[in-house]
Ligand binder design. Structure first.
Ligand SMILES: Cc1ncc(COP(=O)(O)O)c(C=O)c1O
Length: 463
């Protein structure tokens, strides 16, 4: 489509008349641009930064289609590329094709999950899909959930509900217990909730990076002597640095005994619970009051896509419902802006639903199993020469360091390695953990095959 063939105003919005050929042509061109970028991935680095990339701001007349497409290309050419087989740094896998489609449909629908009258089908879809997940993990009929953008927000929804449920909404002595390896966003959640870091009590982890049960018991007793009121214990199902799983069965028994809300941060590992894949320590999760599942992190549902599932849906309604005076209500339908922090929300659920419908349980298992297989292949081979100390739990994340390296040397060692690996088109991360920097590889990239991993291992051996 060239500039002279279109009148700019014709493509401001979709037309309610005719076949929308101009929109179709724009979308085709955008698809081609994107697919060209995907298929070039292997020739470039996973992270290309084009120094000439300019952020051009809107001007008086608006830009031409040609200009915009060249700016889109330049934006793509200065982006992180999750499709690249060497993209192994973070929990950001390639996007599922059906999820890309879901994003397009959600954008075109432009419905709003604030209310049923603004999103009738999507409201029912989100409610049903959350319920489906909740039942799959073993919750009963009164369960359900809500989507939010990302693990942080799903966890925050849970913690606010837990505190409200405990009647501690404005109590400065209310505390939350997490393991020392829990995600850093719990610090942010605590601040948002008007608490400070003293209200975030950290439980020690054992040598495998799992919450230490003796330390949890000791801390619970200490909190009680200090008159601290615990509104939630958080168990992590897949820690960020090493993919460890806290002992959920033991923690859930303690929480039941003490009548404390158990939240599971399953941002990384929670999705495994809807499959029959056997993962050590992944049991009893239906004993929790709430769990975060964040399918954007491992099966490639496009960002953002996160669910909070709760065993009792009424806890979310009681916590967040205020009434929406400008919105109609329908009998037996909950306006979904009333059960979480967010008001207006896009129909992100479509890309999760389409992705899962397309994959089916077999497809989901295939993706998850493949990530574990890549991790096992990596560990089996890197361990052969005993050059590295390995930190990894049952999931697909591995952190490692040369055996015997002094903590003070880990900063420069990992910095150099990350740079050298990047020059060879492998992107790894360098998390700081227990006073040392580590190299971390996340094996969630379906495009990474064993020969890529062999190349990476060769580089690690020789660099
Ligand atoms: C275990 C865990 N919880 C929570 C989060 C936060 O998720 P998000 O970045 O989607 O908000 C992360 C991010 O990596 C994580 O690893």
């Amino acid at each position: 489509m060239t500039e002279d063939l279109i009148n700019k105003k014709d493509i401001y919005f979709p037309s309610y008349l005719g076949t929308n050929d101009k929109l179709i042509s724009l979308l085709n061109r955008a698809t081609q641009t994107l697919c060209k970028w995907f298929s070039k991935a292997d020739q470039n680095s996973p992270l290309t930064i084009d120094e000439n990339f300019k952020c051009i701001m809107p001007d008086e007349d608006g830009s031409s289609v040609e200009h915009l497409f060249s700016e889109i290309e330049s934006l793509l050419n200065s982006s992180f590329n999750p499709v690249h087989p060497g993209s192994l740094a973070h929990l950001d896998p390639p996007p599922l094709n059906f999820s890309i489609l879901g994003d397009l449909i959600a954008a075109g629908l432009n419905n709003n999950l604030l209310a049923y009258e603004l999103s009738p089908s999507i409201t029912l879809l989100e409610e049903s899909l959350c319920k489906w997940f909740a039942k799959k993990i073993g919750f009963n009929d009164s369960s359900g959930g809500i989507a939010a953008s990302g693990g942080t927000l799903s966890n925050l929804n849970a913690l606010i509900a837990a505190r409200h449920n405990a009647g501690l909404g404005s109590d400065p002595n209310s505390v939350l217990l997490v393991s020392e390896d829990a995600h850093s966003s719990f610090i942010k959640c605590t601040r948002i909730m008007g608490l400070d870091e003293r209200n975030l009590v950290k439980i020690k982890t054992d040598n495998d990076g799992r919450m230490d049960i003796q330390n949890l018991r000791k801390t619970l007793d200490k909190c009680s002597t200090e008159n601290k009121k615990i509104f939630a214990v958080v168990a992590t199902l897949g820690t960020t640095v090493r993919g460890a799983i806290d002992p959920i069965k033991d923690i859930s028994e303690i929480c039941k005994e003490k009548k404390i809300w158990l939240h599971i941060d399953g941002s990384i590992g929670g999705i495994f619970a809807i499959t029959s894949i056997s993962i050590k320590g992944l049991n009893n999760i239906n004993q929790a009051n709430s769990i975060t599942i964040n399918p954007q992190k491992i099966i490639g549902i496009t960002k953002t896509s996160s669910l909070l599932l709760v065993s009792e849906m009424s806890t979310l309604e009681n916590t967040f419902s205020t009434g929406l005076p400008y919105i109609s209500t329908q009998e037996n339908i909950v306006n979904r802006g009333e059960i979480g922090i967010q008001g207006s929300r896009p129909a992100e659920i479509i890309k999760l639903w389409l992705g899962l419908r397309f994959l089916g349980l077999k497809g989901i298992e295939d993706i998850l199993k493949s990530s574990i297989k890549r991790k096992e292949f990596f560990i089996r081979n890197i361990s052969k020469k005993n050059k590295f100390e390995i930190f990894s739990g049952p999931l697909h994340i591995v952190s490692f360091l040369p055996t015997g390296i002094a903590p003070k040397d880990t900063d420069s060692w990992t910095k150099n390695k990350v740079n050298e690996l990047m020059k060879n088109n492998f992107m790894l991360s360098r998390p700081k953990y227990k006073g040392k920097y580590f190299l971390r590889v996340v094996m969630g990239n379906y495009n990474t095959n064993e020969s890529h991993i062999e190349n990476l291992l060769r580089l690690l051996d020789t660099l």
